[in-house]
Design a binder for this molecule. Structure first.
Ligand SMILES: *Cc1c(COP(=O)(O)O)cnc(C)c1O
Length: 423
């Protein structure tokens, strides 16, 4: 059975070209780039050439690229780094309710350290507006952080416009562009950003390596102190092979975009969205209909649990996700769907399919054949669904009312307590 991998928003396979480019830096060019002998000089040269290629990708200066240990670290670096460096100016930050946990939890950690954070709500499609940001900015605001594209529902935020507002107001602006890089334009000047996070493993590069764009003159305190690498902004012997891999992955992304790959993937996305809408009754597309990542499909499938759908799809070799990968396994519905105003009981039944460069029309058609059967089977078993009327049963109705009264939110809090207790 062929594996149909449709979880590219969680991670991607490393491209063969990337592996090939990385290999020499594990073997003959293994040197520490900070040494002065020739093995080291080769590593140093690869490091600086990679930095040049990354800078070209983002249209920034080489001195503005800081290599990190991935997207989560880049997010933490930007948020905590700015907060710590600028606390003399103020202790207020603005972000949104739908950020990745790397941003949300970094902000919550600051919240416990005496910072104040405004979590902006989003509309039903997941959009936040520049006006909302403008209204939330105060005299003591030091940073605004809004993700470029959401990892669950694919909504693409108006980053350039929000950045323009921040410039006008004299507030630093960070964007988590982990999902956007390689899929939508990421030239930092046009985006009006001061900081941007990127991760290699979401674009056919290796895991555990990322980069932060830090605009010239932006003060931030390092999270990791040590030997002073990365111009004192991130210490630690550089992950040379990983960095070479990331630079190669960005080159490939550029080539793919130039070759029309994004358009091809978007057509597959639309085929999936239309097909699911036609073949599966009682589903609703999550996210924005047009301002959305070319590879993202996210549906709420009523009356069933997302986990059940995933297991059903897995039996046919289809890899998909429900909510975000980091939180699946917990019973909490997605914070993104809840922020978009989707009721608790429906947020449990969400399905995310995220396409990639290896996705084909035949794979999409297999999904369109398998998914309706999986959903139908689960609904036959679901006490929440009446197959005769194709609507909710009385039990489902009672459930909905209990959810509306906030009963399950309480249950969710309890789960968190347990998780914390288990460490
Ligand atoms: C995956 C992801 C991250 C985390 O990146 P890692 O490299 O896995 O740490 C952060 N933000 C978004 C939007 C992501 O999709």
């Amino acid at each position: 059975m062929e594996t149909i991998y449709l979880d590219h928003a969680a991670t991607t396979p490393v491209a063969p070209e990337v592996i090939e480019a990385m290999l020499p830096y594990f073997t003959e060019h293994f040197g520490n780039p900070n040494g002065i002998y020739s093995v080291s000089r080769r590593a140093k040269q690869a490091l600086e050439e990679s930095r040049q290629r990354v800078a070209e990708f983002f249209h920034c200066k080489v001195t503005e690229v800081v290599f990190t240990g991935g997207g989560s670290e880049s997010d933490n670096m930007a948020i905590k780094g700015v907060a710590l460096a600028q606390q003399g100016k103020g202790r207020h930050l603005i972000t949104t309710q739908i950020e990745h946990h790397a941003v949300l939890h970094a902000c919550q950690a600051l919240g416990k350290q005496g910072y104040e954070v405004t979590y902006l709500p989003v509309d039903a499609t997941g959009l936040v507006t520049p006006e909302q940001v403008r209204e939330a900015i105060r005299d003591d605001t030091i940073l605004v952080s809004v993700m470029y594209a959401n990892n669950e529902v694919g909504t693409v935020e108006p980053i350039a416009e929000i950045g323009a507002v921040c410039r006008e107001e004299g507030v630093l602006f960070h964007t988590d562009a982990v999902q956007a890089v390689g899929q939508v334009d990421c030239q930092v000047e046009a985006l009006n950003v001061d900081l941007l996070s990127c991760s290699a493993h979401k674009l056919y590069g290796p895991k555990g390596v990322g980069a932060t764009y830090v605009r010239r003159g932006t003060k931030l305190l390092p999270l990791i102190d040590g030997g002073g690498q990365e111009r004192n902004r991130r210490s630690g012997t550089e992950n040379v092979a990983g960095i070479v891999g990331m630079a190669t992955a960005l080159d490939l992304a550029e080539q793919h975009q130039a070759a029309g790959e994004t358009v091809r993937i978007q057509q597959l996305r639309d085929r999936l969205i239309e097909g699911i809408g036609e073949r599966v009754p009682q589903v609703r597309l999550n996210g924005h209909p047009t301002k959305r990542l070319p590879n993202n499909v996210n549906f709420c499938i009523q009356y069933i649990e997302g986990e059940g759908v995933l297991l059903g799809l897995d039996m046919s070799g289809i890899c998909a996700s429900s909510g975000s990968a980091c939180t699946s396994g917990s019973l909490d519905p997605s914070h993104v769907l809840l922020a978009m105003g989707i009721p608790h009981e429906r947020a449990h039944g969400s399905l995310r399919l995220s396409l990639g460069v290896h996705s084909t029309e035949a794979q999409v058609d297999t999904v369109l054949e398998v998914l309706p059967k999986v959903v139908e089977r689960l609904r036959q078993l679901s006490p929440l669904y009446d197959p005769k009327t194709q609507t909710a049963t009385k039990l489902a109705e009672a459930f909905r009312q209990r959810a509306e009264s906030g009963e399950f939110e309480h249950a969710g809090d309890h789960d968190h307590d347990l998780e914390d207790a288990e460490g």
